[in-house]
Write a protein that binds this ligand. Structure first.
Ligand code: PMP
Length: 417
């Protein structure tokens, strides 16, 4: 049983003895295993059973339960005309909209929802949909540094002629402003797509587009949920990405969704999903539907709701981390960003951001990743996020025994020798 297996650093019948003091703790990935403990106790209504004969077709519409108003075949025809729902389980669409309505973090009325194999697939689908094959040069893909480290690699791994990674959005903006306007007239204007991750991965800040030009913006709102940040208003952008991975912790289910205003863009994104993977696992969609339903049902039950649970654990962890790291002065070993509280419409009170990652700055070491590695902590260097090696990102979503050990180790680095 994965939940009960001891971490490599622990032993004993209940995994409570620290058996290997020099063991390595890996906080490189944002693997949301912290939530296992919640679902272990509250998971009864989240269980999915799928008989062997069900959902065998490629198409979600054909897999639906016996039709009520229309015959199954006419419903399939109708849904095939509307390509945006071709691969999407209708009930998943319903549950996604219901959860956003309950949380108040995104407008879904009159919007198209596109399902993907994680939001990683939808990010690529969005680039495909928003870049034009008529361009003589690939569209520049930009995001303000520090940006999510997967963006550059995922954008460029196939060396597409449609788009290419062009780095920091602020640098791009300055380059555009300083370029010769006469030369620009002759040359075709450089097209761009800007990515805005808010709250940001890695540093947890609320972000806005920096270029403010005519290029499309993809808003990655993976962390715009009440356990990570105050929900201040329902987001209403042209193209927003969400993922089950960070909302409920079910990263292994690989379900993400895009909320899209423009039908033509949604349709092109579905085309990408069709070309890339001929749809999205229906088994996963069914599981995601059940999990989202459990989330919506438990919304008012304070001690059973994942957002309350998540927020209280994250607040505890951030307090522990800040206490271990000490004051963020230049003379201290580490610095962390400070966050201001804001009114959260979901909790109905002021809450302080508790990001999914700690963005730690080493004040005395040039290479923070190497320094932490020497103390048995695997982190991700700032270099992957478009900034310097004095920064590292640490996941705050690990199982509690890993988190507690990291806090102990950071405290021992911080305390005067
Ligand atoms: N966007 C951001 C900002 C993320 O942090 C992550 C996961 N680390 C993703 C997207 C990818 O999510 P998924 O698991 O749905 O592919």
């Amino acid at each position: 049983d994965g939940v009960c297996k001891c971490h490599a650093c622990y032993g004993g019948p209940d995994c409570s003895c620290q058996s290997v003091p020099e063991c390595i703790i890996d906080l490189d990935h944002g693997d949301p295993t912290m939530y296992e403990a919640y679902w272990l106790v509250n998971g009864a209504s989240s269980t999915t059973v799928i008989p062997g004969w069900q959902r065998m077709s490629y198409f979600a519409a054909a897999a639906a339960a016996p039709a009520t108003h229309t015959s199954s075949s006419s419903r399939v025809e109708q849904q095939q005309q509307d390509v945006a729902v071709w691969f999407m389980e209708h009930e998943l669409d319903v549950q996604i909209r219901a959860l956003h309505a309950v949380v108040g973090n995104a407008i879904t009325e009159g919007r198209h929802i596109v399902v993907g194999t994680g939001s990683t697939q939808l990010y690529q689908a969005a680039l495909y949909a928003l870049s034009s094959p008529e361009q003589s040069k690939p569209t520049c893909v930009i995001s303000a540094a520090p940006y999510y480290s997967s963006y550059p690699v995922v954008t460029d791994y196939l060396r597409s002629a449609l788009f290419r990674w062009a780095g920091d959005a602020t640098t791009f903006k300055l380059q555009q402003q300083s370029s010769d306007p006469n030369a620009a007239e002759e040359e075709e204007e450089q097209q761009y797509i800007e990515l805005v991750t808010s709250p940001n991965n890695p540093d947890g800040r609320i972000q806005h587009a920096v270029v403010n030009g005519s290029g499309p913006v993809i808003h990655d709102l993976a962390y715009y949920w009440p356990h990570y940040t105050p929900i201040t208003a329902p987001a209403d952008h042209d193209l927003m990405l969400f993922t089950l991975s960070k909302c409920t912790g079910h990263a292994g289910t690989r379900i993400g969704w895009a909320i899209v205003k423009d039908a033509a863009v949604a349709k092109k994104m579905v085309k990408f999903v069709e070309l890339n993977t001929i749809g999205v696992s229906q088994d996963s969609q069914i599981r995601a539907t059940q999990i989202l339903k459990a989330m919506t049902i438990s919304q008012h039950i304070q001690n059973q709701n994942l957002f309350h649970y998540g927020h209280s654990i994250m607040s505890y962890r951030w307090n522990r981390l800040r206490a271990a790291v000490g004051s963020s002065s230049s003379s201290s070993t580490f610095s962390l960003l400070d966050f201001s509280p804001d009114q959260c419409t979901f909790f109905g009170k002021k809450t302080t951001p508790t990001p999914a990652f700690a963005w730690l700055q080493c004040n005395k070491e040039v290479d923070c990743e190497a320094f932490l590695k020497s103390r048995g902590i695997i982190s991700r260097s700032g270099r992957h996020f478009g900034v310097g090696p004095e920064f590292v990102r640490l996941s705050m979503l690990e199982r509690s025994h890993s988190f507690e050990l990291v806090v102990q180790r950071l405290a021992s680095c911080s305390s005067p020798a």
